[in-house]
Design a protein around this ligand. Structure first.
Ligand code: UDX
Length: 428
């Protein structure tokens, strides 16, 4: 099969490369010249675990282009994997999706290609695209909603070993054709209407954030009553009705998807006259979680933060990616600077210089810790678990650590003379 993929972000590239690995010919099209020329020169425009090797392995089956005609030439499937960032109103910005649809030539319907929507879009978008295609004389072009569930850092594994494949189609035969593309993958295929498929994606992300905000609130209460949220989460997770996933308490959820998708679902409900109270609370809990616990803990130990030097260890919104979109690090850094603290920061891949004005970036974790009054573990990079914490402590002015991800062993650190604070963990 020949597949065109619109959008060379991590979803488009992972989707394209994984289909190439399954033996299909893939053309990836983007409007960003830099991105396409980097890919044409066998470079990597983004960091995603395993992607470079996957692209390298499938190079002869993949093309990268700026040209719509070249992308769609002979393609049976047109995957839309462009970004849908939030607008000021909290709705999803669909301009990149509409640009793809508007650019399709009128003579496209020769071989009945199918537009496959991977981008996360509001429920009802498929119907609007269908109507727009029909109005432009492209009634012969199919439309299928096939949302992605690719988490950054594990996107390739998520594509190759998914929990489910969701296919929502207007025409059953179009759904059959899209489902057949995944023939080599062992996963249940859920066939639904287009709006239901669109809702599965939004509701899944909303439910995941609900779980994280829930455990973060439990963590905050644990601190007040002397319980340990790690043990509590283990106890909850052993209940087969609840399961263990997405119960890691910390400094709030971030990333390019959660915030925008939860907000888009809340606004979608609001636009239809329904006030989604639960999601409003989930979002608010997260905003507070990013700005409150770390600062409060530092202040409890250090008093005013004015003139104090604080190191942020990890900047990416999670390990395995260089993505800092909506990362808790951005809020924590801004709050520390606003309180008058000096901030140093280190991340193995995320480039803090682009996003964090006023923060000194260091070449190593140990360098970031030189002379600081406290360290904040922001991203649970494995490198930080392996860090020589004795050496780290020797470099710090004060051995205070706020572990925003509950990754480190409090007993070990206290034995090294650290004051240790986790999130929702008992203090000494
Ligand atoms: C998410 C969804 O998981 C994926 O299915 C969707 O397609 C895109 O959005 P992603 O944003 O890459 O993926 O990351 P994910 O692993 O889900 O984590 C999101 C955020 O939640 C991170 O900031 C992470 O640190 C936080 N998180 C996650 C927690 O704080 N606690 C947890 O238990 C799990």
């Amino acid at each position: 099969m020949r597949i065109a993929v619109f959008g060379a972000g991590y979803v488009g590239l992972v989707t394209g490369a994984c289909f190439a690995e399954l033996g299909h010919d893939v053309v990836v099209r983007d409007v960003l010249e830099d991105r396409i020329s980097t890919l044409q020169d066998a470079g990597m425009p983004i960091f995603e675990t395993g992607l470079e090797e996957l692209l390298e392995r499938n190079r002869e089956r993949m093309l990268f282009t700026l040209d719509v005609r070249e992308a769609i030439e002979g393609a049976e499937f047109l995957f839309v994997a462009v970004g849908t960032p939030p607008t000021y109103s909290g709705d999803a910005d669909l301009s990149a999706v509409w640009t793809v649809i508007d650019e399709l030539p009128r003579d496209l319907d020769g071989d009945r290609p199918i537009i496959v929507m991977k981008s996360t879009v509001p429920v009802g978008t498929g119907a609007l695209v269908r109507a727009a295609l029909d109005a432009r004389g492209l009634a012969g072009v199919g439309y299928v909603s096939n949302p992605e569930f690719l988490a950054e850092g594990s996107a390739i594994a998520d594509f190759q070993h998914p929990d489910r494949i969701v296919v929502g189609a207007f025409e059953e035969s179009d759904g059959d054709r899209v489902a057949s593309l995944y023939a080599g993958i062992d996963a249940p295929v859920l066939r639904t209407s287009v709006p239901s498929a669109e809702m599965v994606k939004l509701a899944s992300n909303a439910f995941l954030t609900t779980r994280v905000s829930f455990i973060n609130e439990i963590a905050n209460v644990c601190e007040l009553v002397g319980a340990d949220v790690s043990d509590v989460a283990r106890g909850i997770g052993l209940d087969h009705r609840l399961g263990p996933h997405f119960l890691r308490a910390g400094i709030g959820w971030g990333g390019s998807c959660f915030g925008k998708d939860v907000s888009a679902l809340k606004q979608l409900a609001g636009n239809s006259g329904y006030h989604f109270q639960l999601l409003a609370a989930v979002i608010e809990v997260n905003e507070l979680q990013k700005r409150r616990p770390v600062i409060a803990k530092l202040e409890r130990h250090l008093g005013t933060l004015r003139g104090r030097r604080i190191a942020l260890l990890g900047l990416a919104f999670k390990p395995g990616t260089d993505d800092m979109r909506d990362a808790p690090s951005l809020v924590i850094a801004a709050r520390l600077l606003a309180e008058g603290a000096e901030v140093s920061a280190w991340d193995p891949v995320a480039d803090g210089r682009i996003h964090l004005h006023g923060v000194e970036t260091a070449g190593s974790a140990l360098e970031a810790l030189d002379g600081v009054d406290a360290a904040v573990l922001v991203t649970e990079w494995p490198e930080l678990r392996e860090l020589d914490w004795a050496e780290a402590g020797a470099r710090m002015r004060r051995r205070l650590i706020v572990d925003g991800r509950n990754m480190l062993d409090p007993v070990e650190l206290r034995a090294l003379g650290f004051e240790y604070e986790g999130i929702g963990r008992a203090t000494e």
